[in-house]
Design a protein around this ligand. Structure first.
Ligand SMILES: Nc1ncnc2c1ncn2[C@@H]1O[C@H](COP(=O)(O)OP(=O)(O)O)[C@@H](O)[C@H]1O
Ligand SMILES: [Mg+2]
Length: 357
């Protein structure tokens, strides 16, 4: 495990009496690709701006490499930010754009030229020194914005929805580019997005946020397979989230039917939520399966069929390579290890863990 580089401690921030971050605690390790993921307005950008020094928290502190930098101005921090709007200087050449920060630091001409070459090579735009920003595509401009940030040799790159303005295909290409870039640079990336697929693709660690609270921190696999509450389960991909009762360890009653599961420690006869991913719902011909249902919707999605199956008063979302036409009676089964048990939100503090209907 790499050492902890950044530690956000008890960060609280309000704007106009409105609490945006409420006692946020988060550490980030050296060389980690960490993503802040959540819906618009949940406080991602505010967290990043506090890290970058563009915003001061009302309470709490930012520790960088053991030092309290809460009040340190942005240009003194070993962090650089890449924003969604790349804001290149349109009247300057690409080389001048990249050199801008270094000139302010009074670096020598040969040092600057070496850095420009190195940065352009890293972002796969060798030979673009004398072009102007408006002669480049959106994707290329974003690469220049990244090149401009990395010539300063930051220990951490902060990226705020940097691919948000690009179309889907380009965005996917750039995701691979960013992973490569991070590995070559060997620095820490802190990435902000509202796109769960982007977060799952690129991150070592995902921090799921809602309404200024951290909902869950974990690896992409962990967040996807073992969401800790209904908000995370719902935000990370399609899910069946069903009210259920934990009868005892390894036995849960879902829609009146008892299913074996693998979770323990939730107590006996306790209300819980269960999450079952659509690809984990197993359909069979009627007579088989634990619950009987009827297919009410069917669409072909390319890789799989998406179906809705009404069973015991719940509309199950199902992804399957097998096709059952609308009106078919089917049996539903779920393997024990594909049933994820979650505690129900317990108090008003956990309001943010609920799904907005
Ligand atoms: N400078 C500001 N002044 C007033 N309100 C702000 C300011 N910055 C952010 N907010 C508010 O804080 C909340 C969180 O914003 P933000 O951190 O930008 O969310 P996200 O990046 O997750 O979409 C929003 O309600 C936003 O309107
Ligand atoms: Mg934002």
């Amino acid at each position: 495990m790499n050492k902890i580089l950044i530690d956000l401690q008890h960060i609280t921030k309000s704007f106009d009496g409105q609490m945006v971050l409420d006692d946020l605690n988060l550490y980030i390790r050296e060389n980690e690709f960490l993503t802040l993921l959540g819906p618009s307005g949940c406080g991602k950008t505010t967290t990043l701006r506090i890290l970058g020094g563009f915003e001061t928290p009302d309470k709490g502190c930012v520790i960088f490499d053991g030092q309290d930098i809460t009040k340190m101005p942005p240009n003194k921090r070993q962090l650089n930010t890449v924003f969604q709007k790349y804001a290149l200087f349109s009247h300057m050449s690409i080389a001048e754009n990249i050199a801008f920060g270094l000139k302010i630091k009074n670096k020598s001409k040969s040092y600057i030229n070496d850095k420009i070459k190195y940065a352009l090579k890293l972002v796969n735009l060798e030979g673009y020194e004398n072009r102007t920003p408006d002669s480049l595509s959106g994707g290329q401009q974003q690469r220049i914005a990244i090149a401009r940030a990395i010539v300063n040799e930051p220990k951490v790159l902060l990226l705020d929805e940097p691919l948000g303005a690009l179309d889907l295909k380009l965005r996917q290409d750039m995701q691979y580019e960013l992973i490569r870039l991070k590995n070559e640079l060997g620095i820490t990336f802190i990435y902000v997005t509202h796109d769960q697929e982007e977060a799952l693709t690129m991150s070592d660690t995902i921090v799921v946020m809602n309404q200024g609270y951290i909902q869950q921190i974990g690896s992409p696999e962990r967040i996807y397979n073992e969401p800790e509450n209904a908000f995370v389960a719902d935000f990370i991909g399609d899910s069946n989230i069903i009210s259920a009762t934990m009868i005892e360890d390894k036995l849960v009653e879902i829609l009146g039917v008892r299913f074996p599961c693998v979770d323990t420690g939730f107590g006996t006869n306790k209300p819980v939520d269960v999450v079952i991913r659509p690809e984990d719902v197993v359909l069979s011909s009627v007579g088989n399966g634990k619950i009987k249902g009827t297919v009410t919707h069917l669409i072909f999605k390319g890789v799989h069929y998406e179906m809705e199956v009404t069973a015991n008063g719940y509309e199950w979302l199902v992804h399957s390579t097998g096709m059952f036409p609308v009106g078919t009676e089917v049996g539903i089964d779920v393997d024990p290890y594909n049933i994820q048990i979650m505690n129900k939100p317990a108090s008003e503090d956990e309001e943010a863990a609920k799904i907005d209907e």
